[in-house]
Design a protein around this ligand. Structure first.
Ligand code: PLP
Length: 443
């Protein structure tokens, strides 16, 4: 039973929230005020009324090691006592150690640039790509190509790269020079061709865009290894290999956005490691600290970095941010990676993800489930009104399922693009540390 004191405390918090906080991407909805969360432990969070929920989205696809890790709090605490801050114009041991560790995870060819968020990391990648080409004498290479349905962040450059019109159209015009191509959506491919051919066609569309736009004007392609927030679109491996080959052939840099896919989310350290490619730039955030503190990284191939060292005063990268590489965030990130290694969370993500998918397999027989797909601890359930026409399920149907899950103690997500009509994919992205019981509970 919930105490009246607690309930009145909660309604007080809710009304204070209503008067003070402008929430992220939430429609103002009096009937459904945002949940006030009080505690988190493992995969579970507790609201201010004492209700427990399994957080099937680990926040925003980010609390990879689960909630309530005292070691992480201690790592930050000890570091703050010793040295709370140093700008990245200087250096400090946690930043150096973390750079070495991440580089080792990427197979040792990269330099590490610190920022605060996934959006920041992508902005840095765009600026580096443009400057790199300019310094190499290819002054016209300024355009970026990304995919429709992908999300790359909310700042103006990252939003320009984003391929979801619902997030963009109220803020246009955005930054010039961002182009989009279709992603492989294997569920919706024409029946007449194989998955492999269809994926090759998508890569060909990218290559045609590079050629038609004049390849000398293209700076980079940015893509997630698996489109996550755009509806869990898992490419055929041939697509990713082909995209890399096309980029190399046309002198275009390949930026891989690992903001969600990194740090075990897909069952490997980094999502692109499923495909055997070697990106020019890798961006990462979320799972890097399991979101306990803000930190992001733009990892850049060393030979690209070398071109910024020409010696004159104009060739360095003129970018700074106050908080990037914060010592406490770096110390915490190191501990976070140590936990992942100790508890085999990369492997566990793959195993638990498989169990989750297998356990959900019966859903495929449900009249509204058009497709079930997943990789590591990412699951997408594509809902349709009709399995033959694949008409996306209605907004109301998704809202009802999400609310029913919540009433039964499970938080799930919903992704896609309302404007494009594909906002019909339910998502799960629970902590990688979820126990067998947690997986059973979600099923
Ligand atoms: N890239 C991807 C793939 C993301 O999913 C996100 C956020 O969800 C971002 C970039 C932006 O990260 P942030 O919200 O930390 O700016």
């Amino acid at each position: 039973m919930k105490s009246t004191k607690k309930v009145s405390n909660v309604s007080d918090l809710t009304s204070r929230d209503r008067n003070s906080i402008w929430h992220h991407i939430s429609p103002y909805n009096v009937k459904n005020p945002p949940m006030v969360v009080e505690e988190g432990k493992g995969s579970w969070i507790t609201d201010a009324q004492g209700n427990r929920y399994l957080d099937g989205m680990s926040g925003l696809w980010c609390v990879n090691v689960g909630y309530g890790r005292e070691e992480l709090a201690l790592a930050a605490y000890e570091q703050i006592k010793k040295l709370a801050y140093a700008p990245m114009t200087m250096s400090h041991e946690p930043a150096i150690e973390l750079a070495e560790k991440v580089n080792e995870m990427l197979d040792d060819d990269y330099m590490i640039f610190y920022s605060n968020s996934g959006s920041d990391a992508n902005e840095v990648a765009f600026k580096m790509a443009r400057q790199y080409h300019r310094q190499n004498g290819e002054v016209d290479r300024h355009k970026f190509i990304s995919r429709y349905r992908a999300y790359h962040g909310s700042s103006m450059g990252a939003l320009s790269a984003t391929g979801q019109s619902m997030r963009k159209y109220k803020y246009e015009p955005l930054i010039q020079g961002f182009l989009h191509v279709s992603p492989p959506d294997n569920y919706r491919k024409p029946d007449s061709i194989t998955e492999e051919d269809y994926n090759l066609q998508r890569a060909e569309e990218l290559e045609n865009t590079i050629i038609w736009e004049q390849k000398e004007t293209i700076a980079a392609v940015i893509m997630e290894p698996v489109i996550t927030g755009g509806g869990v679109l898992i490419p055929h491996p041939i697509y990713v290999e082909k995209v890399q080959e096309i980029c190399h052939r046309h002198g275009v840099l390949l930026i891989i956005d690992e903001v969600i896919c990194g740090f075990g989310r897909t069952g490997k350290k980094f999502g692109h490691q499923h495909f055997g490619i070697k990106p020019d730039i890798v961006t990462m955030a979320k799972g890097l600290t399991s979101a306990y503190l803000p930190l992001s990284i733009t990892a850049v191939r060393k030979d690209i970095y070398e071109t910024f060292k020409n010696g004159d005063d104009t060739s360095h990268f003129r970018h700074v941010n106050t908080f990037g590489g914060n010592p406490a965030a770096c110390a915490l990130a190191l501990k976070n990676i140590e936990i992942m290694e100790h508890e085999n969370l990369y492997e566990r993500s793959a195993e638990s993800g498989d169990k989750l998918l297998q356990g959900l397999d019966d859903l495929k027989n449900h009249p509204f489930v058009g497709n079930l797909r997943g990789i590591g601890m990412i699951v997408g359930i594509e809902l349709v009104e009709d399995k033959t026409t694949k008409e996306p399920a209605s907004k109301e149907r998704l809202a009802k399922i999400i609310s029913d899950c919540k009433d039964n103690g499970l938080i799930i997500g919903k992704n896609g693009d309302t404007v494009a009509g594909y906002n019909n994919i339910l998502t799960l992205s629970p902590p990688l540390s979820s126990s067998e019981e947690d997986v059973e509970f979600m099923i």
